[in-house]
Design a protein around this ligand. Structure first.
Ligand code: GLC
Length: 560
């Protein structure tokens, strides 16, 4: 591929070693939608491998791959039927090993997704549990229960699935009569494991070792706050149904018992050289609860969903940044920052819409405004102390695809919630690499979700070398972040006075000072020049003393 050929001779980046994860920029690859090497319309591991030079040149430190394991794809691979097998649609185990080896040659680390809360209903244990009937010992590895009511016709408790509808599905006995129910916090095709069972714990310790032995640098742990449920699976009663990001405590999530699992995983990760890490996808109700997952003997990072969910407003952002730094300082873990991922409306589109609509939005809003804010939000995020996550395509400024036809949709949440929720397909549309071709260079065989006709100009090809393009802004930002002495993990952020919807902070190291200024208002503002301009999300006018920041613009400055 042309991008690879152009850059094939670039020397590898210097690899950060000591505590590399504390300041890493980690790029999320959604394998279905990144690059399709075999032309079947679905991205695959050889496709990812072919694009590694692009990621190296973008300047990220590590790549997190969403699941590529054997799966019936009821939830795009988050329903795993065999944790040690690569699904043929993505390639095979040799492709995974080759991808890791090549990434390492480029100085990129590889983090894989681990899905321990639930498996696929096609997993061998679950299939046997069904086949063997109510007395099967295999049922103890899941949450099987008799139903309520005189015929067992009511679900065992009142929990709802995160994807909508009841969190329980009734089984049929081997003789065809109605049988027990099983718990699934997500889709019916995703039965929850019972983590009180030692066989489940042993199996996941073995799966961790399987991938660590193959050379992975870490795991992103799916639904890391879900594995342990409150004793006896109590009814919610008058409590609000659990949402992924809510302030309510819940019997199905964030139970204290889950931390024992992470302490045992910490020991396993430590047995391996090279600082292998665990990253929690834990939608805990507060940042202080999130910090519990990254105590010194547990995992290394936890996604900062409170930050992701914060609207484009100076006060709210400053509060969440301070609360994050405080909470993580308590436990000695790095802060993390994230704006987009495969589960939420892309931040370009979130910021294009009025605040308060949540993270599943189906309206395009004002795309120009959204992109302007998204670019500013990126410079703000990449200037903060700690580690940052970039979701594929955000470096191109891609909007969410809000007008996907209903028949193209695949998100199980869309179907379980009868089209009222579950718009995650919009952020999963394959990304454009070239200005033409059947799928803008994604592959030769089209694309599993339709791409908008307007994406040529957003492609990697169109933006590469274009001054001021979103892609070049990311490249420059990541290069500055890597080289500026005051940036990185150190908890050295100091707010400077600013009025109204404006954020200014400084980070220093020795004589070097880095300043980030963000204008979140809809009007230009004038500031005293804080130093030499490094980068801005929109053209800034600078005179000897004053800088004029256009609306919704962030700029980086340096002295020393
Ligand atoms: C996580 C994943 C999401 C998936 C869910 C169930 O939140 O990020 O994509 O649907 O878990 O596995």
């Amino acid at each position: 591929m042309t991008e690879s050929a152009d850059t094939a001779t670039t020397p590898p980046l210097p690899v950060r070693t000591a505590d590399w994860w504390r300041e890493a920029v980690i790029y999320q690859v959604y394998p279905r939608s990144f690059a399709d090497a075999n032309g079947d319309g679905m991205g695959d591991l050889p496709g990812v491998r072919s694009r590694l030079p692009y990621l190296r040149d973008l300047g990220v430190d590590a790549v997190w791959l969403s699941p590529f394991y054997a799966s019936p794809q009821a939830d795009a691979g988050y329903d795993v039927a065999d944790y040690r097998v690569v699904d043929p649609m993505f390639g095979d185990l040799d492709d995974a090993v080759a991808l890791m080896a090549e990434a390492h040659r480029h100085g990129l680390r590889i983090i894989v997704d681990l899905v321990p809360n639930h498996c696929s209903d096609q997993h061998e244990w679950f299939q046997r549990a069904l086949r063997e009937g109510p007395h099967s010992r295999l049922r103890e590895r899941f949450h099987f229960r008799d139903g309520k009511g005189n015929q067992g016709q009511e679900p065992p408790n009142d929990w709802e699935s995160i994807f909508g509808g009841p969190a329980w599905t009734r089984t049929k006995n081997p003789d065809g009569t109605p049988g027990q129910w099983y718990l699934h916090l997500f889709a019916a095709e995703q039965p929850d494991f019972n983590w009180d069972h030692p066989a489940v714990r042993d199996e996941f310790a073995s799966i961790l070792r399987f991938w660590l032995d193959l050379g992975v640098d870490g795991f992103r742990i799916d639904v890391a706050h879900g594995m342990v449920k409150a004793e006896g699976l109590p009814d919610l009663g008058s409590l609000e149904q659990t949402k992924l990001l809510g302030a309510n405590a819940s019997p199905s999530f964030d139970q204290d018992g889950v931390h024992e699992i992470y302490r045992s995983w910490h020991t396993i990760l430590k047995e391996y050289d090279g600082q292998r890490i665990g990253v929690a996808e834990a939608w805990a109700p507060t940042l202080a609860r999130t910090a519990n997952y990254v105590r010194p003997d547990e995992l290394h990072q936890a996604f900062n969903f409170q930050y992701l969910a914060t609207s484009w407003q100076a006060g709210a952002l400053r509060t969440v940044i301070d609360e994050t730094l405080d909470a993580m300082r308590e436990v000695g873990a790095p802060a993390t920052w994230v704006l987009s991922n495969h589960d939420v409306t892309r931040h370009t589109t979130r910021f294009a819409n009025p605040p308060g609509l949540g993270t599943q939005i189906r309206t395009p809003g004002d795309p120009e405004l959204g992109l302007r804010r998204a670019r500013a939000a990126t410079l703000l995020m990449l200037a903060l102390p700690g580690s940052a996550y970039v979701y594929q395509g955000e470096e191109l400024g891609l909007p969410d695809v809000t007008d996907l036809p209903d028949e193209a949709r695949q998100d199980p949440a869309y179907f379980r919630a009868a089209g009222q929720d579950g718009f995650r397909d919009g952020c999963r549309v394959p990304i454009p690499w070239t200005v033409d071709g059947p799928s803008y260079g994604f592959g030769t065989g089209g694309s599993w979700l339709p791409q908008p006709a307007t994406w040529a100009g957003l492609s990697v090809k169109a933006q590469s070398g274009q001054d001021g393009s979103t892609l070049e802004m990311y490249r420059t930002a990541l290069a500055v972040r890597r080289s500026h002495p005051a940036l990185g993990a150190a908890d050295n952020l100091r707010w400077l006075d600013s009025a109204g919807d404006v954020l200014i902070f400084e980070r220093t190291s020795g004589a070097a000072t880095f300043t980030c200024t963000v204008n979140l208002t809809g009007a230009a503002i004038t500031l005293p020049v804080p130093g030499r301009p490094l980068l801005a999300s929109a053209p800034v006018q600078v005179t000897a003393e004053q800088a004029v920041l256009p609306p919704d613009t962030a700029a980086w400055w340096t002295t020393g």
